[in-house]
Design a protein around this ligand. Sequence first.
Ligand code: PLP
Length: 457
Amino acid sequence: MTPNETMTQSSATELTSEEVVRITRETNYGTWRFQKGWNPLHIVDSEGCYIIDANGKRYLDFSAQLMCMNLGHKNQAVIDSIAKQAQDLAYALPGYTTTARAELSKLLLEVLPKGLNKFFFTTSGTDANEAAFKIARMYTGKTKIIARYRSYHGSTAGSIAATGDPRRWSMEPRGKGPGIIFGPEVHCYKCPIKHTYPECGIACADYLEHMIRNESDVAAVLVEPIVGTNGVIVPPPEYMPKLRRICDETGVLLIADEVMSGWGRSGEWFAMNLWDVTPDILCTAKGITSAYVPLGLCATSEKIGDFFQDHYFAHGHTYEAHPMTLLPAVATIQEMRRLGLVERTRKLGPFVEEKLNTLKSKHPSIGDVRGKGLFWAVDLVKNQKTKEPFNTYADKVSSKALVVDQIAAKTLADGVIMQAWVSHFVIAPPLIITEEEIERGIDTLDKHLHIADEQCV
Ligand code: PLP
């Protein structure tokens, strides 16, 4: 037997499901949570919009495993691409290239907002953002990045420092990133300065400009074009074009974090397409391979690419442009096109909107529903008038039972996975979902919202 002719190893195991859960719980960290009480679901199978647990129970996944599985599970073309790449070449240094790398780059030129044509491949959204920060700083020679309070950009040192939401707090002041400052979010339902759209003339954008002009050393403004976990916030139509103009006039780069909002979720390939705005840098991950394999992307404009022709590109990872991740991304894009998922999502948007508005009219606990395509928030409030939420992040980190979590536990028992975050649900199913499945998911939420309704004041 040559070294390559190894025997096929069976992955069969004698572990019971209880042992799988216990060993995981005892030896692994459960993330973004207290370790006590972690009881992970043991998943053994999947199909389309469903995952299946060790007892054979099927769960309709109403958040696509955190806006990841856009193609759903068991897409054969993507599976085949993984197998093929593993057969041909599992790994090569990023200084080499592969055919898949060139093919993916060609496809990216077609689907990304026009003008983004130089790519750095990573393994997650977090490290795509880290790359963006370094590139922006190297290119501009400046340090500060203006992010916004309602945002999440990742969990490593730089990206958590740039995250506006309270997930940042546990790292402060130790992990306070150099040069990260926060500007106002655009959130018309709960405007932090109590303005009303459209009379406000989107003063939040004006204030960002005020910040840029009154700070020195600003390299970039960083936005989630549609804010994701923090509540699926779609800005008013004139916001992003205005921000683009402000960045151009002040010589500051615009970085779009499309880790969640990209890959058809908004009914466009990328949310920035909704306003026909091209950022200087776009970061993405998740849907790029429908999460079949871990790939992230930091795409920059030509002028930034040109800069590094004769400036040292001081960045890189062992696993950057990992071959195992690139062919599956090619297959993912081809499958999205074959299935017409971007157009399909655009068409399904109004259907979801109508269903959610009906839901809202029935439940006093729903303050707002908002979104685009297959990316929606159901925002719960204790009091319609004051818009006071049932819970805050402080409740979450004090292990209090959140109202949204109580409801999500009930929908889970009914076989529907609802993504709950502090005081809202994010509805973002695989883009292959049918109207019937959408109805089932919303009906299941409907059934359990009385838990919140009964606590309204
Ligand atoms: N940026 C946004 C907008 C995200 O939603 C996320 C993750 O959910 C990230 C960055 C971090 O991506 P990852 O978890 O792949 O590191």
